[in-house]
Design a protein around this ligand. Structure first.
Ligand SMILES: NC(=O)N[C@@H](CC(=O)O)C(=O)O
Ligand SMILES: [Zn+2]
Ligand SMILES: [Zn+2]
Length: 430
């Protein structure tokens, strides 16, 4: 493994320093450092150095839908987006509900070699919501699964959720819940229920379908002494319940997606299925509430919910199209543009929400670390001045359901480093 010298990087956006990486770990931080013989150099003048991003919520589609994404293409999109670790959701085909399935994903991630791919295990067999999957066996496997989710579906049965929480408590695991009560909306619900859904003539999800499940799960977490993570919170009501739960000391964490931080339901007026996602895009009041919650720490982390879909699954009438949108490559730019440029968060806080907090929630010891000697060199260099117009055709993802296409955003990932190895650079994409 060759050594790496990064020169002139602003640590967390602060003071400029050189960082020497030896054998995958940060060996020295200082000024005027010399590169050892054969070391690779990265000139980071004007760039900020952050811990590599960690995505708690990525859909990689392998096995089963390799036409939409593979572990290799999703890993390439992730490293281009500044990520050094991603958690791969379990709603593949077959579902990741056994130790063998989880180990296979871990191994395919290692083969791709661009980010650490950490499998998420299903809560229930086949995501059917009835029988618990092999939670303990997945935990004891080489994949060491700690996060469990039926994402795409809500673990609706309270008895099943209670049992899952009791199980994962024994080994420090967490259940990541897709909080959306299916009984509060018809099976064709495809947008936010409100004045706009009435006007568009589309069946909607009411906000209470989200907040009522969060409230129930918070109380189940308290009752079982276990830990719940709220995936993709999207409503002001959901945020209020999370705030209440945290104030009571309930062990609950939450994530918000870049799209719920920036996009609103008004994009649906053209019936373009690119903007069809679960949970749905919401009114501006909800966007403002999730932003404020990300600032005050009620929401712990940003997670992309990168959900690639093949063209033929998206090119349908709005009600029939698949749910989901791309997010890995644009996440930093969106969060930087909406939260940092506005002054709501500084770069250190962005690093907390996109790296430190998600690594802690997922129990990934090598990621989200302080920039200090001895830490694994899982790092990202970002350019906070660079302005880019998103081009869907330039994506590393196999899919093109990109809601950011044509949007101009300030903030770009420059170089991503996994254990001292450069896995992506901005030049490559130009
Ligand atoms: N977010 C989405 O709209 N879709 C996700 C599932 C999910 O996250 O609920 C998918 O797997 O496509
Ligand atoms: Zn979901
Ligand atoms: Zn998802």
């Amino acid at each position: 493994m060759s050594d790496l010298l990064i020169t002139g990087a602003r640590l967390l956006g602060g003071e400029a320093k050189d960082v020497l990486v030896v054998e995958g770990n940060i060996a020295e931080i200082g000024t005027g450092l010399d590169a050892p013989d054969g070391a690779e150099r990265v000139n980071a003048d004007g760039l900020a150095l952050l811990p590599g991003f960690v995505d708690l919520h990525t859909h990689l589609r392998e096995p089963g839908r390799e036409d939409a994404e593979t572990i290799a293409t999703g890993s390439a999109a992730a490293s281009a987006g500044g990520f050094t670790a991603v958690l791969a959701m379990a709603n593949t085909n077959p579902v990741t509900d056994t130790a063998e399935a989880a180990e296979r994903i871990l191994d395919l991630g290692r083969e791709a070699g661009l980010v650490d791919v950490q499998p998420i295990g299903a809560v229930t067999k086949g995501l059917a919501g009835e029988e618990l999957a092999e939670l303990a066996l997945m935990r004891r496997s080489r994949a060491q699964v700690r996060v469990f989710s039926d994402d795409g579906r809500c673990v609706h049965d309270a008895r099943v959720m209670r049992r899952a929480l009791e199980y994962v408590r024994a080994f420090g695991g967490v259940v990541s819940q897709h909080s959306q009560d299916p009984s509060l909306a018809g099976s064709s619900a495809c947008c936010h229920e409100g004045e706009l859904s009435g006007r568009l003539g589309l069946p909607g999800w009411p906000a209470v379908a989200e907040s009522s499940i969060i409230a129930r799960d918070a109380q189940l977490a308290q009752h079982t002494g276990s830990r719940v993570h709220v995936a993709h919170v999207s409503t002001a009501e959901g945020v209020e319940v999370i705030r209440w739960a945290k104030a009571r000391g309930i062990d609950l964490t939450a994530e918000v997606t870049p799209h719920h931080l920036l996009l609103t339901q008004d994009l649906l007026s053209g019936y373009d299925p690119t903007f069809k996602v679960n949970p749905p895009l919401r009114p501006i009041e909800d966007v403002e509430a999730v932003r404020a919650a990300l600032v005050d720490g009620t929401i712990d982390a940003v997670a992309t919910d990168h959900a690639p879909h093949a063209r033929h699954d998206k090119e349908h009438a709005f009600v029939d199209a698949a749910f989901g949108m791309l997010g890995l490559e644009t996440a930093f730019a969106v969060v930087h543009d909406t939260m940092v440029r506005s002054g709501a968060l500084d770069l250190a806080a962005l690093a907390d929400r996109m790296s430190v907090a998600p690594a802690r929630i997922a129990g990934l010891a090598d990621h989200g670390r302080s920039l200090e000697v001895g830490a694994p060199a899982n790092l990202v260099l970002v350019d906070t001045e660079a302005t880019q117009t998103v081009d869907a055709a330039a994506s590393r993802s196999l899919s093109r359901n990109n809601p950011w296409h044509g949007m101009t955003l300030t903030g770009a990932v420059h170089t991503t480093i996994l254990r001292g190895r450069v896995t992506a650079t901005l030049q490559e994409s130009a």
